[in-house]
Design a protein. Structure first.
Length: 752
């Protein structure tokens, strides 16, 4: 191509042949373009079109020469931004060819070529802002760690010092028996360190510090989750059922031995036929006044206690939930202490225990089924804080209402619904730490002629991980709030706290499931290797979404509590109640639905916490009012309340979700306001903004339907989410390092 008029086509010919395949579209577009160029002679057109023939494909030598010509042109004009800029350089008379600029730019469009992207492929030693973005923290990691640990910093450090000892090296054997025994030995070490009895009264050897106990559970979750569950069953469920449901005689008899693990035990509530429906349990405890004993019996196979931790191997006693029967009268579900094994670990007469076997995860926990064949226990083995059988053989209780007594009994056990979400939170932190630290080191692709780029610099990778990091931070502060409310609870507050704990259990465990899946994918094949621990975190936390209450069922509980609060505030759920509710919101609704607010897109407004919280509150209240209105309409139409609730179950989930979103954001904002370290505060505030805006983006369909936001604003929110992810990139490594997970616990080679 010595003819300079033909040379100007070199960039296009090189690109369409560069993958050794000229597509039909490229052939037709170029042929048509060449044919209509009046400044080309007929023989020149023929020569150019011949270059498009499959039978006349350019040789490797020709392709090399074409690329050399292009590179020379770029050396003359390093600021080139389109193929036409190269065309100018290849032409001897740039001013003459300039009049055809529009034609050539249109050709680029018709061929689907992005000029700047193509140009970068030809440049050497390209430096881009994507490739130069890197970790560059602006705050002290230790200060943020101190804020996250709060008042429990000392006990957290103690637990970390223990679980990093050599004897806590991960068990690698696939033999379940070996794994279970190792977990049991770990629990004994923790008991010797006085960690198991932390929540029990000092009078019985305990630490009398429930806040520290929850911190222990969460910190242990950086290690082995089978250990956490075994620990929680023994010292939490078994021990706390004695403490919460029993009285002084039970404390003296059992608590010290439970806290030292001298007396391993179980919490036997769940039955095969009745998972979440505790009221429907069929195991019976029939009182015999003549002998002053109870007979514990499993009436049929489906009434067996199932999935009971500690049952298969180690448990010597169990708190058994059963229907109390006195003189053939059913007094509802109560709790009883029932021996399972003797000191030699032999199963006692009348007790039938089977091993649940291999599970998806948590195989260091010995889950089993328990059946009772008319097992006799003494009268004192009834845990009688809320109900008892008196000396005359009559049932008595300080709480006259059966319903209220039942829920009061279960309410004392709400601590499990705080321990599990905090354990799940730790697993999410571990997954994010592994994925983000690996993504910072892992390099792939990059500008032509430049170095490969850290995959954490890619916007999509940031979009996958950083909103989850923000949500995990948000949940951290929300769970601190729930823990504090539970510790300082009053009887009046308990229904709300129970619902909040149930909701946060669902919120946190669902977040962990989603987070670990994204972390696994973000680490590619490396994330699939067992050594990098994401797999075991995923499998071990799978059950978190269904034990201590199935998440979907718990969300129904939350929604019903919100409707109950609705009724308390606005009276019966009638038309006037709904009108009153809507009227109370009128001030904010009118203000926020005016065109200026619904369309406002300036940065200061989009990042404003007041805007975020108002939007969350508006959604929460509107969805609640809508659900109340729909329920009333269904019931007024003749539907039984039970059926009406069933019809609107999906809407009830929305009620609970909107409520929890608002609570989590609110507590995140409150927590950040208390930060004294300004640098940490600024960065964590960005996380708060990312959490809020990513949820607004997720729920934009609802906001658009309702008219609270307009399309111009939802687009601006999406752009701001991307921008916040980019701005957080330099801080990402420090934000996960602030979790201060010990390397021996993190373990994953890709993260170290």
């Amino acid at each position: 191509m010595e003819n300079t008029k033909l040379k100007v086509f070199i960039p296009f010919l090189y690109l369409v042949w560069s993958d050794d395949l000229l597509t039909q579209k490229e052939h037709l577009v170029l042929k048509k373009f060449i044919s209509v160029q009046n400044w080309l002679k007929d023989d020149e057109k023929v020569a150019l079109i011949s270059q498009l023939s499959i039978s006349n494909a350019p040789s490797r030598f020709t392709m090399t020469n074409w690329k050399s010509e292009i590179n020379t042109a770029l050396e003359h004009n390093p600021e080139a931004r389109s193929l036409f800029d190269i065309v100018i350089e290849l032409s001897n008379n740039g001013s003459a060819i300039s009049e055809f600029a529009t034609n050539f730019i249109q050709l680029e469009n018709d061929l689907g070529i992005l000029g700047e992207d193509v140009i970068s492929n030809f440049k050497k030693n390209v430096i881009t802002f994507t490739s130069t973005h890197q970790s560059d923290p602006t705050f002290e990691i230790s200060k943020l760690t101190q804020i996250l640990d709060g008042e429990q910093s000392e006990i957290i450090q103690k637990v970390k010092s223990i679980i990093t000892r050599p004897e806590f090296a991960y068990e690698t054997s696939t033999d379940t028996a070996i794994y279970r025994e190792k977990v049991y030995q770990w629990c004994k070490i923790l008991a010797r360190e006085n960690l198991g009895n932390m929540a029990y009264p000092k009078k019985y050897g305990g630490g009398e510090n429930i806040a520290d106990y929850f911190a222990i559970m969460e910190t242990l979750s950086y290690h082995d989750l089978s250990l956490v569950i075994k620990f929680g069953v023994q010292f939490g469920l078994w021990g706390m059922s004695i403490h919460s449901l029993g009285t002084e005689k039970h404390y003296q008899k059992y608590l010290k031995d439970i806290g030292t693990l001298k007396l391993p035990g179980c919490f036997a509530m769940t039955e095969t036929n009745h998972g979440s429906n505790v009221k429907g349990l069929e195991t019976t405890a029939t009182y015999n006044h003549q002998n002053k004993t109870f007979v514990i019996n499993t009436p049929h196979e489906k009434a067996q206690k199932e999935y009971i931790g500690n049952a298969a191997i180690h448990g010597q006693m169990a708190t058994v939930f059963a229907k109390l029967i006195i003189n053939e009268v059913d007094y509802g579900v109560n709790a009883f202490v029932v021996p399972l094994r003797n000191q030699n670990n032999q199963i006692l007469n009348g007790i039938i225990i089977k091993d649940c076997g291999l599970k998806m995860g948590l195989n260091g926990v010995d889950n089993g089924t328990i059946s009772f064949d008319n097992v006799i226990i003494p009268k004192d083995n009834m845990l009688d804080r809320f109900a008892s059988v008196n000396e005359q053989g009559k049932f008595e209780s300080p709480i006259p209402s059966d319903n209220r007594r039942f829920f009061t009994m279960l309410g004392t056990l709400v601590g499990g619904r705080i321990g599990i979400p905090r354990s799940a939170l730790a697993a999410a932190k571990s997954g994010l730490t592994i994925a983000i630290q690996y993504s910072d080191k892992r390099k792939q692709f990059g500008p032509e002629g430049g170095e490969e780029v850290s995959i954490l610099n890619y916007r999509m990778h940031q979009r996958r991980l950083f909103p989850l990091l923000a949500k995990t931070y948000a949940i951290h502060f929300a769970l601190q709030y729930v823990t504090n409310r539970f510790i300082k609870r009053t009887d009046l507050e308990m229904p709300e706290i129970e619902a909040l704990a149930a909701g946060m259990k669902a919120y946190s465990t669902w977040n962990t499931t989603a987070t670990l899946q994204e972390c696994r994918e973000a680490c590619g094949g490396k994330g699939y290797l067992s050594e990098n621990r994401i797999g075991v975190l995923k499998s071990d936390t799978e059950i978190y979404t269904t034990f201590e209450g199935d998440n979907t069922v718990l969300m129904q509980l939350v929604a019903k509590n919100r409707l109950s609060e609705f009724r308390k505030t606005y009276g019966k759920m009638d038309a006037m109640g709904i009108i009153s509710y809507v009227y109370e919101n009128t001030k904010t609704v009118i203000a926020e639905k005016n065109p200026i607010i619904t369309r406002k897109t300036d940065e200061a407004h989009l990042l404003d916490a007041t805007f975020h919280l108002s939007a969350f509150e508006y959604r929460e209240k509107t969805i609640l009012a809508s659900a109340a209105k729909r329920l009333k309409k269904l019931i007024d139409g003749g539907l039984e309340p039970y059926d009406a609730f069933n019809v609107v179950q999906h809407q009830m989930i929305d009620v609970a979700q909107a409520y929890l979103d608002r609570v989590v954001l609110e507590q995140f904002i409150i927590a950040i306001d208390k930060f004294e370290d300004s640098k940490s505060k600024d960065i964590v505030n960005k996380l708060s903004q990312l959490y809020a805006l990513s949820l607004l983006d997720k729920n934009k369909g609802w906001y658009l339907e309702d008219g609270y936001l307009e399309a111009i604003k939802t687009k601006a929110i999406r752009k701001m989410v991307n921008q916040l992810c980019w701005e957080l990139r330099p801080e990402a490594i420090s934000l996960v390092k602030a979790f201060a997970i010990p390397d021996s616990c993190l373990s994953a080679p890709i993260a170290l």
